[in-house]
Design a protein around this ligand. Structure first.
Ligand SMILES: NC(=O)c1ccc[n+]([C@@H]2O[C@H](COP(=O)([O-])OP(=O)(O)OC[C@H]3O[C@@H](n4cnc5c(N)ncnc54)[C@H](OP(=O)(O)O)[C@@H]3O)[C@@H](O)[C@H]2O)c1
Length: 298
């Protein structure tokens, strides 16, 4: 049976009644194993293959070769260490296949791989997984996708087995771009919390005791981003809650508090340097959002 999209034919069984679309997962590391288990739990006949030939989760079928695994399903999910490894495992005939690459990489790598998959007759979707393996298939999981609109439309219901499936657009690099940007927020935030915990820890305040206050500040900061985004997009860094030069003075105190307690204040010193530069550039009366100009052109 075949499913016809506007541009290409995706071969395989159409989900009817109790028969769900078969899925292949290449790569059975922590994430690949979680992906295969989630597809299996959602009722998709799931074929797996991994370089080390370890067995897939219960109920999945282990293929003898990567090419045999690819041949087994119209939808081929790949989740290995890096793009070099994707090249190594994406074997065999891709005509009529939808390849969903969930391996972390750069937008540039995603665009190059997408072109190669299309040359080989397949359709390409890139995926950015925003959670760790235990959350895959749970209501808290979100996966970002970009690439072939036809492949997404044909497979979005299958992909919801992994979590909420958010489609960003036809450019295959978008998922990796958003993934990098979002991970940047996550790493900066957690590092900021660790630095705060180190600071209060010097005065015998535990991280657990401090946590509710950190959560409140994060909630307030999150709410303020609506105005920040508006200012970034308009380039009008006005309508402020506090002037940049006032904030610079506050950051001086934060750096001092850390330094006298002997903790690493590198991140705050960098924030101080950005604010000082913005003030020196004549933006002392502007909103904090004006710092984006320095981040855009360091
Ligand atoms: N773990 C997470 O929390 C998380 C979250 C979001 C995204 N990701 C992304 O998911 C991808 C996989 O992560 P993971 O946590 O599953 O890593 P992992 O547990 O280390 O598994 C790595 C996988 O890559 C395969 N592999 C490595 N080098 C290879 C090569 N040269 N040729 C063929 N296969 C190769 C391994 O195969 P064998 O073991 O069979 O040799 C294994 O299946 C990464 O791109 C990661 O950034 C992970």
């Amino acid at each position: 049976m075949v499913r016809v999209t506007s541009e290409r034919v995706i071969s395989g069984r159409v989900p009817t009644g109790r028969t769900k679309q078969p899925v292949t997962v290449l790569g059975l590391g922590s994430m690949g194993t979680a992906l295969a288990a989630a597809f299996r739990r959602a009722g998709h006949p799931t074929t797996t293959w991994t370089r080390s030939h370890r067995r897939g989760p219960a109920g999945t079928a282990d293929a003898a070769t990567a090419a045999a695994a690819v041949a087994a399903s119209p939808l081929v999910a790949v989740c290995v260490l890096d793009y070099q490894a994707v090249d190594a495992v994406l074997a065999g005939e891709l005509t009529g296949k939808a390849v969903v690459n969930l391996t972390t990489g750069t937008p540039e790598q995603a665009r190059v791989l997408a072109a190669r998959v299309v040359e080989r007759g397949g359709e390409y979707l890139d995926g950015g997984i925003l959670v760790t393996p235990p959350a895959i298939g749970s209501p808290t999981a979100t996966v970002l996708y970009s690439g072939s609109p036809d492949a997404f439309q044909a497979n979005d219901r299958v992909l919801t087995a992994l979590g909420a499936a958010r489609y960003l657009g036809a450019d295959p690099g978008l998922a990796a771009l958003y993934d990098a940007a979002l991970l940047g927020i996550a790493y900066s935030t957690v590092t900021g919390f660790l630095q705060a915990a180190a600071l209060v820890g010097r005065e015998e305040v535990s991280a657990a005791r401090f946590l509710p206050y950190a959560r409140e500040v994060l909630a307030t900061t999150s709410a303020s981003l609506t105005a920040v985004a508006r200012r970034v997009d308009s380039g009008e860094h006005t309508g402020l809650d506090a002037r940049l030069d006032v904030r610079l003075s506050a950051v001086e105190h934060l750096v001092h508090a850390g330094q006298v307690r002997g903790i690493d204040t590198t991140i705050l010193e960098h924030v101080r340097a950005l604010l000082a530069q913005a003030v020196a550039d004549g933006h002392g009366a502007a909103d904090y959002s004006a710092v984006i100009e320095l981040l855009r052109e360091p």
